[in-house]
Ligand binder design. Sequence first.
Ligand code: PEP
Length: 253
Amino acid sequence: MTPGIRPLIAGNWKMNGTARGAASLAEGVRAGLDRVAGADLLICPPFVHLHAAAAAVAWKPVAIGAQDCSALPDGAHTGDVSAAMLADAGCGYVIVGHSERRADHGEADAVVRAKAAAAIAAGLIPVVCVGETEAQRDAGEAESVVGSQLRGSLPEGFGAARGVVAYEPVWAIGTGRTPTEADIAAMHARMREEVTALLGEAGRTTRLLYGGSVKPSNAATILALPNVDGALVGGASLKAEDFLSIAAAAPAG
Ligand code: PEP
């Protein structure tokens, strides 16, 4: 946690489920909201389930986000979805630069930066993901890789748009493995320095999320670490009970 920053607990539902399942999961999160006094909640369903999830939370204090957007505003780009379309569909946030998009679609920092800029232009808050591979960590390059991803991926206006950064070590995603507490704290301290150098004062209050195998059993420990201002949760966000337990473990910022 960072004093003065209210934690954000974000669920990345990835490519899972049906519209009915999305509505029911969102409804489950909404129904348990009174357990979560100290954190903001965000759920990120697949594009085609955004409306169902948004209707189910009834625009209560659960924000809706998408998992990607186009860098382009509109036009002949088959299969893409613009940031303005997401805003029109009720999204307040969009994840960009998730390692699965970087790996599956070859998205480099420049693309991530352009997508984050498009999100800001459409009035969305981008959640920009960064993180090293296992080989990079083993080579002692984790902090320099993440520093370089931040410099390459954060667009102009990011601080003013209240953009969010998520540190997600690639080797910790969906594996059940997490970095040590000391490693998470060290990386988040380094990220705080980097975003403050890039964004000025706004960097001091930019939310820095940790993501990678967060679950109810490790959430309290991770969320209490300095400069960890919330979590991006994959697998455990697919069960309302687990997602709510993680959010309930967040110390009020
Ligand atoms: C993710 O993919 O954003 C993620 C953090 O996944 P998991 O929690 O399943 O590791």
